[in-house]
Design a protein around this ligand. Sequence first.
Ligand SMILES: [Fe+2]
Length: 254
Amino acid sequence: MRTHSAAATAATSFADAPTLHPTGKTAAETLSDLANANAWMSLLNVQADPTYRAFIDEILDELRPAIDQVDPGMCYRAGWIFVTSPNAVTPFHIDHEHNFILQIRGPKRLYVWPHDDRAVVSERALEKFHDAHSRELVTWDDGFRARARVFDLVPGMGGYMPSTTGHMVENGPEPSITISFTYYTDSTRANELLYRGNARLRRLGLRPQPIGASPTRDRIKHAVLATAFGAQSAVKRALGKGVRDTGVRYAPTP
Ligand SMILES: [Fe+2]
């Protein structure tokens, strides 16, 4: 579970929002009076529950044939539920996962930026995100609003956000419930490797070419990196260290 209060803004650090703006309430207190709780709360990885896991599969299995045609290799499935008081904001941020977001209750305004808009999320921000799991360089500017695709969601409506697409959400004047169906694909995993590679090249003082500028160069780079990082992971496993495997069917649960 993750929470912050309605005092968080679009510009609040997504990582630090829970500590900068605590709700001061338990989950039960928030849920029992959501309209007055001034809280934003997310229940992460609900696929831990068999009922939700079956629901996530039902939705993603139906979508998969269409997704496979453009972005194959669906894996690492997960579900997130967002329970939000009136006018609370989800700060601007990016996530690793592809995300189909569906509004269940209340109105909500979703801002999504083109996944290749490097004025909003820079190459260096993506490198740091993939290499160090840090959103430190994913920072808000009010000028971003004019570049966004805006979805005014009401119950029954949804939106799609590709992996690492910048997004921000403003809740409406009523309590809101939203569910996200998330997953990785072959491209998610390949891009993660490519950005980790570029982060390392930059640390060596080089100026790597942007990912996506040349598919041929990316393919060659990916082949080299897959071998190098694969060997590194094999060594870690041999030493008994944990290695995150994003190729599994479901994202791991606590
Ligand atoms: Fe998100």
